[in-house]
Design a protein around this ligand. Sequence first.
Ligand SMILES: Nc1ncnc2c1ncn2[C@@H]1O[C@H](COP(=O)(O)OP(=O)(O)OP(=O)(O)O)[C@@H](O)[C@H]1O
Ligand SMILES: [Mg+2]
Length: 242
Amino acid sequence: MRDYVIECHNLETAYAASLNRPILNGINCQIERGEFVVLLGLNGAGKSTLLRSLVGLVPLVRGEIQINSVTLTPRTLAAIRRDVGMLFQGGGLIRQLSAMENVLCGRLGAKTSWQTLFGFPKRDRLLALELLEQLGLREFADQKTSQLSGGQQQRVAIARALIQSPQILLADEPITGLDVIACQQVMQTLSELHTQHGMTIVAVLHDLGIAAEYAQRAIVVDAGRIVYDGPCDNLQAQFSQV
Ligand SMILES: Nc1ncnc2c1ncn2[C@@H]1O[C@H](COP(=O)(O)OP(=O)(O)OP(=O)(O)O)[C@@H](O)[C@H]1O
Ligand SMILES: [Mg+2]
């Protein structure tokens, strides 16, 4: 039997401001443990909406999401979020906080509100430092993220997503706006998490060449529907602009 970690059944979602305008129109997909999948599509196709839906950030109008065979509901949401790390489009860092503090924010979901009153234990701080070290950012730990370059900020965002040791990483445009070197570093980091730690990765990319280099499978979204789900080979021939 296949070990699916993400399952979407007839997913239909709409934003609260416009509930009569569904953004995702009947998404069906299953992602197995340990897969590296790229999500492709034009601007506004619904890629970010799909990733956000998987962690309960967009209301479901119809359909069902299962993460590790658990149906996403208000009751299961907190536990599911502990298994799923999210790298938001644009990083989503708090600019006034240091790199270290931003990474520690990734632990907030694992704590009760009263626990957060006591600050973060030494164990969490050491883990945050270790992650920053691994991502080549140890020397920037105490620097405000507003003073870091785009590539450095992106790596802080990765560290923040990783501090909860997620089984699944959803990365929304992790390399957009980065130079060639930073782009390679970030993709290499994702690739190592996949190959060495068996992490399931779903990454939104816009570059078909990079998609084919790192991922085995591509899902192409257009106007809230999946229009392709298959191997990355020949993507270039099929979709010249995604
Ligand atoms: N918070 C929101 N409230 C209402 N509508 C939204 C919201 N966020 C996105 N949308 C709409 O949902 C649609 C899909 O947006 P989404 O951000 O998922 O696209 P995307 O595929 O990630 O595009 P991009 O490549 O530009 O990041 C768009 O029409 C957008 O206007
Ligand atoms: Mg997006």
